[in-house]
Design a protein around this ligand. Structure first.
Ligand SMILES: O=P(O)(O)OC[C@H]1O[C@H](O[C@H]2O[C@H](CO)[C@@H](O)[C@H](O)[C@H]2O)[C@H](O)[C@@H](O)[C@@H]1O
Length: 356
């Protein structure tokens, strides 16, 4: 199939500790802070209440970074003044965006207030969840039937049948969704399913002696979580993952937040999924569509890049530390994401009221 690519990541030259996989200074900042476990899963209160030199330097760096990636809350009015006559389409990453980062990936629940904010937004705008997790698992966390769901970093898309232009092409299958509606499921990495299962079993077996390890089967990719693994085991874990991945030339490794993922080497990612959904929802060449994409992780950068290249939409990164990113705007953490979504709902509701 024509989707294979050769950009296998250089895991051998990378380390789980992450000090060397990013080449420029900005990314070093991310990596080191990520692994210091000082601000994961927290709000950024430590930046505002801690008066040590170190933290004021961090605050300065963050403020300097925000000049380049201004807060989507502060810029909301300006963003919406452009969006007024257009059609917003909302794309939301899950972990670290709608739910806070927590130690146990199986307990990354979103709050009821966040669920309500997402649901309200979906009353007015097509809204899609785009996650690295398997699609059924992210659905179980979100549990809103009015949304579109994309799992496995874009490799598992469920779209409505009525507007799916590509329904007859390969990788598509008709299915029935939670509401009993006919839908189309697009899975461009289907042929990799048996290998992914094999790797998942192998990783579980090989790493079972490492305390705290968690291997997650995300259907079209496998995630090796080391958040709860003591640093002394990171080296050996790294070796095991590399050794297994090297046996499968059609797969490659990517990195997320204290997770290494083994994925099919196909030219498909969250960015392609975003384009696919815009297309199937009928916004492909619609100069009137404004995609808003909110995400916190490296795989979200693929979607930010697509928006940059299209020269349209609002790519928004969720981060409480400076990060190298293609996003134009920022939000500090999931609670700011919720504020942004609430503003969006209120803005649309007030502009939809018919003041007779
Ligand atoms: O694309 P996303 O929806 O952001 O998914 C990316 C990965 O998120 C999850 O892992 C991350 O969040 C966990 C829960 O907070 C955390 O424990 C872990 O360290 C993070 O890497 C998910 O478990 C992965 O499968 C996703 O690929």
């Amino acid at each position: 199939m024509g989707l294979h690519c050769n950009d296998k990541e250089q895991l051998v030259t990378e380390s789980i500790a992450g000090e060397i996989y990013d080449q420029n200074a900005d990314q070093m900042v991310i990596t080191n802070t990520e692994n210091s476990s000082s601000n994961e899963g927290q709000s950024d209160d430590h930046l505002s209440i801690d008066t040590t030199d170190k933290n004021s330097a961090e605050e300065d760096a963050y403020n300097e970074w925000k000049m380049r990636h201004p807060s989507a809350l502060n810029k909301f009015d300006k963003m919406m003044s452009i969006a007024k006559e257009k059609k917003l389409v909302v794309f939301l990453d899950y972990d670290g965006t709608l739910s806070p980062i927590v130690d146990d990936p199986d307990r990354a629940f979103m709050s009821d207030s966040m669920r309500s904010a997402v649901s309200k937004v979906a009353q007015y705008f097509p809204t899609c969840i785009v996650s690295g997790r398997r699609r059924d698992k992210v659905y179980d966390f979100v549990r809103l039937n009015e949304l579109y769901y994309v799992g496995s970093h874009g490799m598992d898309i469920m779209a409505p049948l009525k507007c799916s232009k590509n329904a007859s092409s390969s990788f598509h299958e008709k299915a029935i969704d939670e509401n009993g509606n006919e839908v189309v499921v697009f899975q461009p990495a289907q042929e990799f399913l048996p290998i992914i299962e094999e790797i998942f079993d192998e990783l579980e077996e090989q790493t079972k002696e490492i305390p705290g390890i968690m291997i997650e089967n995300n259907k079209f990719c496998v995630s090796v979580h080391f958040r709860r693994v003591d640093e002394e085991y990171w080296g050996v874990l790294e070796e095991q993952v590399v050794e297994i991945a090297n046996k499968y030339p059609s797969l490659h490794l990517t990195r997320g937040r204290k997770v290494i993922e083994i994925r099919p080497s196909i030219k498909w990612d969250k960015g392609r999924a975003l384009e696919y959904l815009l297309d199937t929802l009928g916004f492909a060449n619609d100069g009137d569509a404004i995609p808003v994409y909110i995400g916190d992780d490296r795989t979200d950068e693929d979607a930010f890049k697509v928006l940059r290249n299209r020269g349209e939409g609002y790519p928004i990164i969720v981060s409480s530390i400076p990060k190298d990113t293609k996003a134009s705007y920022s939000l500090r953490d999931p609670s700011e994401v919720m504020s942004f979504l609430s503003l969006l709902f209120k803005w649309k509701r007030s502009s939809s009221v018919d003041w007779e």
